[in-house]
Design a protein around this ligand. Sequence first.
Ligand SMILES: NC(=O)c1ccc[n+]([C@@H]2O[C@H](COP(=O)([O-])OP(=O)(O)OC[C@H]3O[C@@H](n4cnc5c(N)ncnc54)[C@H](O)[C@@H]3O)[C@@H](O)[C@H]2O)c1
Length: 257
Amino acid sequence: MLLENKKILIMGIRNKWSIAFGIAKSAYENGAQLIFTYMGEENKSKIEELTKDFKGSKTYVLDGASEDDMVKEVFEKIKEENGKVDGIVHAIAHANTEDLHNDFIFTSKEGFSHANDVSAYSFVLTCRMAKELEMLNENASLVTLTYHGSTKVLEGYNVMGVAKAALESSVRYLAQNLGKDGIRVNALSSGPIKTLSAKGIKDFGTIMTVVEEKSPLHRNVTPEQIGDVATFLLSKMSDSITGQTIYADSGYSIMGV
Ligand SMILES: NC(=O)c1ccc[n+]([C@@H]2O[C@H](COP(=O)([O-])OP(=O)(O)OC[C@H]3O[C@@H](n4cnc5c(N)ncnc54)[C@H](O)[C@@H]3O)[C@@H](O)[C@H]2O)c1
């Protein structure tokens, strides 16, 4: 099993459709012990029910993934109760609804900052805090989730595309910084999946239909498939890979038209 004896922190589980849940399933099947963060104390019982089959897992509330103090407090608690971790999955993003519905040119300063704070800076903060608090075991692997809208225009993805571009660039700089400690940092670029976050994107159904029509494999990806790629990136099997954006999208991104 690829993640035997490894402790993996998964940030951003919300419900059974979450990519974080697909990743949890694969990591658990591959032997990992799981720790989760989720948003909203009011969701505690729902998240405990959702994760109860992952034996020995723990859950922690994190409401502000881009707030230095909040992340510090939660990470300190996680380290105190679980010791060091071998990997972190960051599956957190958010943009204001109006910034996904209007044309990109109308993005407000506040909306621009918000999307970049929550979706890109939060990963820089995650990496920095994990290092500063000495939470990471030797050879730890850090993975964030990104999307093709970082390099190509998809109507309705808007400021989230800009935030994902910042995230992917951050991954390269973080990989360089943390490489000295033997820690790897990668982005996993998932094809479109119907999740609660995806519902906020205008014409998301059309994007999925086009992937089915045009991608080399003529099918959409599943959270389980993304989970398997994340497991690979978290495992020793990917020991030589860092600073990369790895596409798991049925090949859609290689197509010209
Ligand atoms: N669904 C897709 O098609 C798709 C494709 C590529 C990449 N992604 C990325 O995958 C990741 C997970 O998204 P998902 O599609 O599984 O949706 P999701 O709604 O299940 O997960 C998003 C998570 O982000 C959390 N979150 C939002 N703002 C937060 C904040 N300020 N502090 C802490 N947590 C916060 C939410 O609580 C939720 O758990 C995101 O980065 C998303 O951009 C999704």
